[in-house]
Design a protein around this ligand. Structure first.
Ligand code: MOS
Length: 717
């Protein structure tokens, strides 16, 4: 072995690339089952009320039907449990009673010999509903607002100084209302699940962002020992937060498989996926900013409202970020949830920061306009060495370096600050920018590493491959630290039979996993160096490492096995990654068609293990941010509290033709505080800020300030 750790940061293509393009990569939905039965979901046609009665006679008469689960024959077979760590906040609320909480709620599961039979029989399940008028969203009669601080013990609205007094005193101020729509993850792999009982054990093939979390939740629901539940999730066909927690479908399919004594596979429809899992809830914001003539912030007031379901208190509360990002002596925030008759929302890429930073960063742009100041310079004047609320110094902060790099690459100096002043033919051109920020998280992780001095290694870790490159960076760390050719490294991940490695969310996974793997490599090196045997003839070295980073609880590594996620809590430093997002939009003067012609982002997130996969992550986030700003919205029929574009043709999202040019720049940054490898994570950072950069560019192109997403042709007429 040689000292090769300097190779971290060298570009490597995906180790699983070949398996993916040749179809050898088996996603959970691809795993072949022996003699499977198939499930089809019957979902509620009303959003609120109860089930008076089922008539299953016609459905049961379909040849090949094996079982039909309803609340009448299933309640009591499982225990309702909140999701692990409150990951999705929602209780299991299906087949427990006759109560209907939301449109599209699972009310029956039909199991049959074939998928077609199950579907046919599901269409013959007759339901007598007792209908109540639902509340669809904000402003619906019956929607109930609650301040988050009154319902969540661990929540306090961040504040400092006296913001209202400072706002009243100031002479330059803005006051704006902003809103973002409901959005759905729409991963290409549907929310399917397959359950197999074998010798008293339950094996579940289901894509997951936390196999031990899903294992723990399912074991509690079914009253089993966690050791008797196995989750297999080798690849994940799109996560984005949607697979962070358990949903009710898995327990239902496990019960069905037990009853019919056969493996059961559920493949829901795309429309059902809008209501049987989570989504990003619609939000509203009021932001008031006040500044001195030189641009220094005097007051920042951010109020937020978020929709949630009737029974759950899910919230994201992005003021934790917006209150801290700029230097401001007087900050006040307040977040409320609004209960409506909807399915429970959940994590979706940068859950708090995406909507809340949209509001703040549009407001900053409006303040720059009011001050007649360049928006980058306004952010420079308010750059901070410590967070505004707790006054903790940033472990590192390269925000303005990111702005400088991105501005140069983008050509910001070509911008005429006057709105609606730049054009090319019939196209009005606008430049906009915004800050991106996301907490630098890390948690505990366990790993087993076997090293063969003949030149190979094997890593076993229940990490998750969401398409982000987890296997590639793990293999890269081992290749660097043990000087093993990357093609001789096997990475086993995505199974609850492997050492628990936490929740792949919150941009914590790469740092959690890589720091654990690096520590295991160091342990191998120490053992090899300490043995007296000639390395050429030495045998295998196997180590098992529990990595508990500074700032995590002492039992965090062990607790992962019970499905409890681990996150650092640093009371000495504010840990954030930063970025600067730039967008050029073109708005047709006559038709008001909007095109995002160029996206440029520069990001500083500490050590980058692999620039190939990191850049892909950031580009994906930027494209999604643009897509969310201009296209994406789950449309809601307000009378029936029902999603009406629950398919991939009506739910608009960016395709290649919508993204002519996107550039993600990695700004070097060294951070010795966040963790030994100095990693901050890039999974969510790329989406934050792009919503506002687009909205600010649309304003610059047209002179019209649109504060409601998505911005479409009709917003500009
Ligand atoms: Mo991410 S939304 O934290 O899975």
């Amino acid at each position: 072995m040689s000292e090769a750790s300097g190779a971290i940061g060298s570009p490597r293509t995906r180790v699983d690339g070949r398996a993916k393009v040749t179809g050898q990569a088996l996603y959970p939905s691809d795993v072949a089952l022996s003699n499977p039965a198939f499930a089809w979901l019957v979902v509620s046609a009303i959003a609120k009320g109860r089930i008076r009665a089922f008539d299953l006679n016609e459905a049961r008469a379909v040849p090949g039907v094996l079982e039909i689960l309803t609340n009448e024959n299933t309640k009591g077979s499982f225990k309702t449990q909140p999701n692990p760590g409150g990951v999705s906040g929602g209780a299991t609320t299906t087949l427990e009673s006759d109560r209907i909480w939301h449109d599209g709620q699972i009310i029956a599961v039909v199991v049959a010999d074939t998928l077609e039979t199950a579907r046919e029989a599901a269409g013959k399940v007759r339901v007598d509903f007792e209908f109540e008028t639902p509340a669809a969203s904000f402003d619906s009669p019956g929607a109930v607002e609650q301040a988050v601080s009154t319902i969540a013990e661990d929540h306090s609205d961040p504040h400092t100084g006296n913001a209202e007094a400072a706002y009243a005193r100031a002479n330059v101020k803005i006051d704006g209302h902003y809103s973002t729509p409901a959005q759905h993850h729409n991963p290409i792999e549907l929310f399917d699940t397959s359950c197999v009982w074998s010798g008293g054990k339950l094996i579940v093939y289901e894509a997951s962002q936390f196999v031990h979390g899903l294992r723990g939740a399912l074991a509690r629901q079914l009253g089993m020992n966690a050791e008797d539940v196995i989750i297999e999730s080798r690849y994940v066909g799109g996560g984005f937060g949607s697979r962070g927690g358990a949903t009710s479908r898995t327990a239902l399919i496990a019960i069905a498989a037990k009853r019919v004594n056969r493996p059961v596979r559920l493949v829901p429809t795309r429309a059902q996926c809008f209501t049987i899992a989570t989504y990003r809830a619609e939000t509203r914001h009021r932001v008031k900013l006040a500044a001195a003539q030189d641009g220094r912030l005097q007051a920042l007031i951010h109020e937020g409202w978020e929709v949630t379901s009737r029974p759950a208190n899910y919230y994201v509360s992005g003021t934790d970020a917006t209150a801290r990002v700029y230097n401001c002596p007087n900050v006040a925030t307040h977040v409320s949830i609004v209960h409506a008759d909807r399915n429970t929302p959940g994590f979706m890429r940068a859950p708090p920061e995406t909507p809340y930073m949209f509001a703040l960063e549009c407001a900053i742009d409006e303040l720059a306009q009011a001050l007649n100041m360049d928006p980058i310079e306004l952010r420079r004047v308010n750059d901070a060495a410590a967070d505004a609320i707790d006054h903790l110094p940033f472990s590192s902060r390269s925000l303005m370096a990111c702005f400088d790099r991105a501005a140069e690459a983008f050509g910001w100096h070509n911008r005429d600050p006057k709105p609606a002043s730049m054009r090319e033919g019939d196209w009005l051109i606008g430049y906009g920018c915004a800050t991106a920020t996301y907490p630098a998280n890390i948690g505990a992780a366990n790993v087993r590493l076997s090293y063969d001095p003949q030149g190979s290694a094997r890593v076993e870790i229940a990490a998750h491959e969401l398409g982000t490159g987890t296997q590639t960076i793990i293999a890269g760390i081992v290749a660097d630290r043990l000087n093993v050719p990357i093609e001789n490294i096997t990475v086993e991940l995505g199974s609850s039979l492997l050492p628990a490695a936490g929740l792949a969310a919150g941009s914590s996974h790469a740092s959690s996993v890589c720091n654990a793997v690096a520590k295991a490599c160091d342990e191998v090196r120490t053992r090899v160096a300490g043995s007296n045997r000639d390395p050429a003839t030495a045998g295998m070295v196997e180590v098992y490492i529990e990595n508990v980073p500074d700032g995590c609880g002492p039992d965090d590594a062990k607790n992962l096995y019970s499905g409890r996620p681990s996150f650092v809590n640093d009371d000495k430093h504010a840990r954030y990654a930063f970025g600067a997002q730039f967008a050029e939009v073109r708005v047709h003067e006559l038709t008001r068609e909007i095109r995002a012609s160029r996206l440029v982002g520069a990001f500083a997130a500490g050590t980058i293990i692999n620039p190939v996969t990191a850049r892909s992550q950031l580009m994906g986030g930027m494209i999604w941010g643009m897509s969310a700003a201009l296209l994406e919205e789950t449309e809601i029929d307000r009378r029936n509290a029902r999603y009406i574009n629950s398919n991939l043709s009506d739910y608009l999202m960016a395709v290649n033709a919508d993204v002519p040019s996107v550039e993600a720049i990695l700004v070097p940054e060294k951070d010795e505080i966040v963790n030994p490898l100095g990693m901050k994570g890039v999974g969510e950072l790329g989406i934050v800020g792009m919503n506002a950069a687009i909205a600010n560019a649309v304003y610059h192109a047209t002179g019209k300030r649109v504060r409601e997403l998505p911005i479409r042709i009709e917003s500009l007429i």
